[in-house]
Each structure stands twice: as C-alpha cells, then as structure tokens.
Design a protein around this ligand. Sequence first.
Ligand SMILES: NC(=O)c1ccc[n+]([C@@H]2O[C@H](COP(=O)([O-])OP(=O)(O)OC[C@H]3O[C@@H](n4cnc5c(N)ncnc54)[C@H](OP(=O)(O)O)[C@@H]3O)[C@@H](O)[C@H]2O)c1
Length: 418
Amino acid sequence: METHKQLTIGLFGFGVVGEGLYKVLQQTPSLNAKLKMVCIRNPEKKRNAPASLFTTDKDVLLNDPEINVIVEVIDDADAAFQIVSTALKNDKDVVSASKKMIAEHLLELLELQQQTGRSLLYEAAACASIPVIRNLEEYYDNDLLHSIKAIVNGSTNYILTKMFEEGLDFKQALIQAQQLGFAESNPKLDIEGYDAVNKWTFLLTHAYGITVSPSNILFNGIQDIKAGDATVAREKNQQIKLVAQAKKLQNGKVAAFVLPQFIKQEDPLAFVKNEYNGVVIESGFADKQFFYGKGAGSFPTASAVLSDISALRYQYKYEYKKLYHHVPHELSTDVFLRVYVSFDDLRFIPRERFEWLEEWHAQEERKYLVGVISFSELKDQTWWKENNTSLILTAEPVIEDVEIRKLKKKSLELAGIL
Ligand SMILES: NC(=O)c1ccc[n+]([C@@H]2O[C@H](COP(=O)([O-])OP(=O)(O)OC[C@H]3O[C@@H](n4cnc5c(N)ncnc54)[C@H](OP(=O)(O)O)[C@@H]3O)[C@@H](O)[C@H]2O)c1
C-alpha cells in the first residue's frame, strides 16, 4: 500500500477559508503538500498571494494530471457540486467545506465515491474546527450511540448569547452579529435553521447511516424567538439554544430534529457561547462526551481542511460504515415532544391537538403554555411557525411512553387525586 502520498493541490476559492488555508499550508511544510493553482471567480480582486497562482478557468485545475487533490471552498453550492463531481470523475481526491452542496447532493456524492473509488472528505463542513465526522465514523462504530445533540451554527448561537447576556432583542443581536462578521448580510440560511439542518443531514449519515434530504427533517430557526421567551428561560434558570438532536428510540429507530430548545445550566451545551459550536454524544458505557470548539472563521475552518488533506496522504476515505456495513437506522416520527409555545392570540393555537398541557399562562400580554404534542403534528402542520408564535422544545423534550402516562393520569383522576 502506498503511504505518505505526495499531494499536489488545486484550490477553488480564496475567501475566508481559502486564504486561511493558503496561510496555514505555508506554516506546515512537513505536510509535503504543494499548492499548484487557485481558481477564483473575480480576476480583478487584489490577492495576498502571487498572481501566477490564480486562474478563473476551472478546467486548468480539473484537467491537470499532476493535481491529485482538489480543495473546494467556494460560496456557490451549484458550482461546487459541478467542481466536486468532475474532480472525482477525473480521478482526484476532494476536500470540501460546502455543507449546503453536500446536504443537497449526498446520495449522488455517495454513488460517485463508490463508482470512482476516490475519497471525498468534508470535516470542515459540519462544525468547522471540531472533528466530529471522523469521530462518528471511526470511534462510535457500534450500536451504542444513544444520542447526539449539538450546536452546529455559530451565528445563531452568537445572537442567542447576546439576547441572554446583554438583554438585546433579536434584531439588535442580529445587527451586532453582522457587524462582527458572524452572520451573513443575508442571514436567512443561518437564522431560519437551513444551515444547521444541512449539517445535520450528513451528520446523521455518519452517526446512524441515515440518508435524508434536509426538507424531510423537522426543523426551524431562531427567527421567532422573543425577548419574552428569554425572560421565561431565565426565570427557569435555563438558556435557549438552537439544537440539532438525534435520539435512538425504544423501537430501534431514530428521532431527529433541529429546533430551538431550553437548555439547563448543567447541560454541557449551556457552556457553548457566542460563535462557538458544541457536540454532546451519549453512548452506552461511556456515558456523555462533549466536543467544543470554533464553528467558523478562517483558521479554525482551514485547520479542519488541512486535517482532511493530511488524511489523504494515507488514502483515508469515509467508509460510511453505519450505512454500508451495518443495518442503517430509520427515522421515526412515532414519538412525542414536550414543547413551550408563546403567542399573542389564543385563536391561533390548536389546544385540542396537544396530548396534555402542563403549564398555561394566559394573563400576560405575551401568553405561553407548556404541553406535549406528537412529532407528526409539528412535521405536518405549520401553525407553530405562523402568527407570531414561538415554539421552543423543553430541556428533556422526547417522550416515548405517552399512552402509559395518559393511563396513569386517568387512574389518578378516577381516584380523585388529580
Ligand atoms: N467562513 C467560515 O467560517 C466557514 C466555515 C465552515 C464552512 N464554510 C464553507 O466554506 C465555503 C467557503 O466559505 P468562505 O467563507 O470562505 O466564502 P467567501 O469568503 O465568500 O469566499 C468564497 C470564494 O469562492 C470563490 N468563488 C465563488 N464562486 C466560484 C466559482 N464558481 N469558481 C471559483 N471560485 C469561486 C470566490 O471568488 P472571488 O474571491 O473571486 O469572489 C471567493 O474567493 C462555503 O461553502 C462555506 O459554507 C465556511
């Protein structure tokens, strides 16, 4: 077997991540990787690198037989898919950071890797500097992965931190995040949860062998969260975070979702502030493990790209073990969620669709309830995202034994206790 392969890199993109990688590569000569050419979009932009390195012609890189690694860090998901698929077909290994492209084309990319035998690595696409994909792929290679729960989007976490710690309302916090470069000028992808659910699709593949398109996962962002919700959380000594979660159920299937959630102070995710990301993995015997690190930024992201490049020296590939070598898990909607819902007008809240209500606060101007509702109701209906309604999962949201609890409640009622 060939070891420590000589790597000759063709780089697509010289923005935040691309330029970061260029600098990081210069500081790691031991990697023995040569950057041969960089393809960018705008030839007029001034670059902090020799002009001879740049081209706008993608084929110069894709058809160069000496280039054996394509690194794709551009900000256009459609063009990225063209580049990545052509590179694989042209017998090159690929490193990418484009979560949107990977989430949208996962099945095609799986097939292309199988057909070509080439490697496609994308550690930077999930939580930037946190090595979560390779850990899920290599370490948690068994049936014991009970749950995975994560903050995977730095922009939304920054905004929520400011709402909590400085009492800013959502709009003020968003403007501050944009001014500091933690949120895009068009923040929809981050704020409305698309970025987080994109990452969650392929993390589910590495964790549980599940292949699902982002639109089939129950998700929402933080756009509806009110300062009043933050006040309620503080009263309960909790915080609110945008949390991506997957939990193995008693029926052997997996419930997965990306929703705002109340987080208790003792939860490791409460420690994850500002633009940081965090992942809590719960597995049999090992109990909980917590990964923490920067989820964005030039050098943190480039460090994950560099680690993937380095892994290519010894022909590392994702084996997608949970998908190909185990019986892949299935997603289930057969579960119930305990939710907090705040609203202005009761008429828009279908109380009869809740299994039961645990709290009801109707006196305040901004009203709220806590109740248990079926997962399918949220998946199939949209009332909870409309009319200024805000839905946030409670700290322990997944309920599987709803019928047993109902029976217990009924017998207590019959006995005159409730
Ligand atoms: N920034 C982060 O912290 C971070 C973290 C994790 C993952 N990512 C992902 O990494 C990727 C790059 O992000 P970024 O923040 O570095 O973006 P960016 O700063 O906006 O830079 C994008 C780069 O892509 C180039 N580009 C766009 N379309 C191209 C095309 N068709 N052909 C060649 N070059 C093209 C642009 O060229 P010009 O310079 O000529 O405009 C620019 O250099 C994205 O997929 C992003 O989601 C970013």
